[in-house]
Ligand binder design. Structure first.
Ligand code: IMP
Ligand code: MG
Length: 177
């Protein structure tokens, strides 16, 4: 697996330090409240596990299965909700976590759905935000790292379902794609 990595973009220790700071931001924004954290699967799995363990407080974790990439390296332009039911969010303050903000369609669609479902507030956090124009009007409230507009893998992010378990964020060799 590591042989397919072209370059390490964000090393594991750098991610860990940044997560400490992000957790602090989240703690300050939701003092004492029991919030609902919605983890977008599967990409945000690793990020959420590491961030949430830095929040030593009462919260509820829900997962939402969404698909937008369909295996390639380009956003498909359509967001599919793969679950039959949305988590119960009526009147609740919600924090949505995703791996990366790219076109923005995923976060926009999820935030809209949760607002429709009666959430009192929807905040969003991503490990990575690509420096590019968004296809829709959305930005995340918490951003781990701004990166260039290139395809990355690792720390939850995949190429065709693989590389999610790399402990860092990197780029993929051309011959591996
Ligand atoms: P958006 O809806 O275009 O913002 O894309 C968000 C989703 O696309 C993320 O949840 C990722 O699953 C996927 N994605 C976007 N960029 C990358 C990338 O560079 N590597 C792997 N997955 C990506
Ligand atoms: Mg994804």
């Amino acid at each position: 697996m590591e042989a397919d990595v072209e370059r390490v973009l964000i090393a594991e220790d750098v991610i860990e330090k940044r997560l400490d700071a992000m957790a602090k931001e989240v703690r300050q924004d939701f003092p004492g409240e029991v919030i609902v954290v919605i983890v977008l699967l599967k990409g945000a799995l690793v990020f959420a596990a590491d961030l949430l363990r830095r929040l030593p407080r009462m919260l509820e974790i829900e997962c939402l299965n969404v698909a937008s990439y369909h295996g390639g390296t380009e956003s498909a332009g359509k967001v599919d909700f793969l679950d039959r039911k949305l988590p119960e969010v009526k009147g609740r303050r919600v924090l949505v976590l995703d791996d990366i903000l790219d076109t923005g369609r995923t976060l926009r669609a999820v935030a809209d759905k949760l607002t429709e479902a009666g959430a009192a507030e929807v905040k969003t956090g991503v490990l990575l935000a690509k420096d590019r124009e968004r296809a829709v009007d959305v930005e995340a409230d918490y951003v781990g790292f701004e990166i260039g507009d290139e395809f990355v893998i690792g720390y939850g992010l995949d190429y065709q379902g693989r590389y999610r378990n790399l402990p860092y964020v990197g780029t993929l060799k051309r011959e591996a794609m």
